[in-house]
Write a new protein. Structure first.
Length: 365
């Protein structure tokens, strides 16, 4: 294996891996990275076109148009790309075609079809060499196969990400249709979660999961009758059972699609009503048994519930709500020390302390 091949493969795999990790997908960036690598390694120019001959990305080919002026609507993709290669030779002023058994010309082009999902060629990679000794007739096809393979992985995750975004948006609309007040609550809770996530310095993937979990954490309420949801007085034990089932219902709804991110979000929602001392529901988890992101969501949910008007309660001021958070975290009002009594410790004290401190400082500005 040549050094050039190793270097290019390493860069491509790293780019794709980071894109998947950060959930940021851009074919233009993917093709730009490859084009610059080829330019560096082979001293060549590169252009990437889609099956409609739109130029997606290029390094070099400064005089080329943004789109080749040809209509292939009546042709299938494979025919389109096969014919396009011949057109590209003329469009980019190739002096001579490649002669695989004879002497290379001073300037020549190589065109490759790249297959993505479905193994149908959807892209063309055009490479223009200006030095014959930089062309590697055996190496290039191997690299193109690898680029196509990683393109498949890239597009597969891109499709999953698009589905994931669409599914989260759909669940948000479902909550909005059920109760605009509930939807507004979810939006505010998401903002508080982002604040706490930043204070705790969680990573980008965790932040995205926490944000999205907060946006739809009350999706389980879609099965709660409106007369219970909007009841102005205290709920009966039977009605409380309906409410307590919402976290399990929410988990089932969110995790019903087989995507890793949705499963992670479902788990955050499932545990956000657990209490730090094990008195919460649905499993009675305590302390570190409760996922940290669920602990954050639980605090944000409670804070907004206390500071927002509800049919069954009057809202607290922000200062009163912060004091209540401290009390429910087992913290003394005055000293921020752990309480000596045996009252319920609902929230993680370390997270509450950071959130309260930030909110108090922010309110002074």
């Amino acid at each position: 294996m040549s050094l050039s091949k190793e270097k290019i493969i390493d860069h491509i795999s790293t780019h794709v891996r980071h894109s998947i990790r950060d959930q940021v997908f851009s074919k233009a960036d993917y093709f730009s990275m490859i084009a610059h690598l080829f330019q560096e390694e082979f001293n060549c120019q590169c252009a990437f076109l889609d099956k409609n001959l739109n130029i997606i990305q290029r390094v070099g080919f400064a005089s080329s148009p943004r789109k080749l002026n040809i209509d292939y609507k009546s042709l299938d993709p494979k025919t389109c790309l096969t014919k396009a290669i011949e057109v590209l030779k003329r469009q980019f002023t190739q002096e001579k075609p490649i002669i695989t058994t004879g002497k290379m010309q001073h300037i020549f082009h190589v065109s490759y079809a790249l297959a993505g999902i479905g193994e149908v060629p959807n892209y063309i990679m055009v490479i223009k060499f200006t030095q014959a000794d930089r062309y590697h007739s055996e190496l290039l096809p191997e690299l193109i196969d690898y680029i196509s393979g990683q393109l498949y992985v890239y597009e597969q995750h891109e499709e999953e990400d698009l589905f994931y975004r669409h599914y989260i948006s759909t669940l948000q609309r479902v909550i909005q249709a059920k109760s605009p007040l509930l939807a507004a609550h979810c939006l505010r809770v998401s903002q508080y979660c982002k604040t706490m996530g930043a204070l705790l310095k969680i990573n980008e993937v965790e932040m995205a999961h926490l944000r999205d979990a907060a946006l739809i954490h009350d999706i389980g309420y879609v099965n709660v009758p409106n007369e219970i949801l909007n009841r102005p007085g205290r709920l009966t034990n039977t009605e409380l059972m309906y409410v307590r089932k919402t976290v399990e219902e929410g988990y089932k709804i969110v995790s019903s699609k087989e995507l890793f991110d949705l499963e992670s979000i479902g788990k955050i929602i499932f545990c956000h009503m657990e209490n730090f001392d094990g008195t919460g529901y649905p499993r009675g988890l305590k302390k570190q048994q409760i996922p940290r992101l669920s602990r954050i969501l639980g605090i944000a949910n409670a804070y907004d519930a206390m500071t927002s008007p509800r049919p069954y309660q009057t809202s607290l001021s922000h200062e009163e709500a912060l004091e209540e958070l401290k009390r429910c975290a087992g913290l003394n009002f005055d000293s921020n020390k752990a309480r000596d009594d045996k009252g319920c410790v609902q929230f993680d004290p370390s997270i509450v302390e950071k959130f309260v401190e930030f909110q108090l400082q922010w309110s002074k500005h």
